[in-house]
Design a binder for this molecule. Sequence first.
Ligand code: FES
Ligand code: FES
Length: 158
Amino acid sequence: MREYIGKNTIELTVNGEARSVSVWPSDILLDVLRNELGLTGAKPGCKNGDCGACTVIMDGLPVKSCLVLAVEAVGHSVLTVEGLKNTALQNAFVEHSAFQCGYCTSGFLMAAHALYLNHKDADELTVEEWLQSNICRCTSYSEIREALRCVFCEEKLK
Ligand code: FES
Ligand code: FES
């Protein structure tokens, strides 16, 4: 990675679009997405890598955007919840009421979407393990599990 000193204009690829943004080397991707690009789906929870509310997908894998510097995302493809439209996962979350306050929801959706991209035939244990990186303070876990079970079971039946 090149060295960045002072404020720099960088190019990020977010939800398939090239976005130009001015950042400090210490700016985290979460803050840049929310405050500079207006993509507020990723949420600041702990800002410490623990809660998963800030999860986005980078090159197909889930990352906690509070732990990624914006400059580290240069040259990578970033997908936020705003880039997920009408997916089976989103519909399943709605159908199963898999949220209460909704603060954690985009993080769960992104983690689950990354699992779907990488392991469409994930079994229940894999789904469970994958989602351990995300916390729901409202404890909507049974509804979230139900939504995911529905999507991954249907995938297996195809
Ligand atoms: S805000 Fe990033 S993991 Fe909690
Ligand atoms: S729905 Fe409130 S934190 Fe998960």
